[in-house]
Design a protein around this ligand. Structure first.
Ligand SMILES: [Ca+2]
Ligand SMILES: [Ca+2]
Length: 128
């Protein structure tokens, strides 16, 4: 009887450990995606209002020119870079008001327990 109770307890602990690892992985990816997104949005904020990077529509930059270490190997935008971290953004002109642009920036990273996506929304004013 005591062995059965001990076995059930150990199984419960193992399950708890799996849930813990999943939670830590998910949180780690969320943090990494947030850092990437914040950096990229700040870079977009530094370009001039009429630059092509802020043209109306959806932008899907090439992975070897997106300013992101897509394969998380420590080098950003190396030649032919491809990786699981995918970024894209949409620019809506004159939204929410005239002479502003709303940038919606998305960072997505799949992992063993699913996919973590972070979205940043930033309004860029035209400075005249
Ligand atoms: Ca890389
Ligand atoms: Ca890249």
């Amino acid at each position: 009887m005591a062995m059965a109770i001990l076995a059930i307890g150990i199984l419960g602990m193992a399950t708890l450990q799996i849930v813990s690892v999943k939670g830590n992985t998910s949180a780690s990816n969320l943090t990494a995606n947030t850092i990437i997104g914040q950096d990229r949005v700040e870079t977009l904020m530094s370009v001039t209002y009429d630059e092509a990077d802020l043209s109306n529509g959806t932008h899907t930059p090439a992975q070897d020119a997106d300013g992101v270490d897509n394969d998380a190997d420590g080098t950003t935008d190396e030649t032919g870079e491809t990786g699981p971290i995918v970024v894209s953004y949409t620019v809506n002109e004159d939204t929410p008001v005239l002479n502003t642009k709303t940038v919606t920036y998305t960072v997505t990273r799949p992992h063993a327990f699913g996919r973590k996506t972070v979205t940043f929304i930033q309004v860029v004013p035209e400075i005249i």
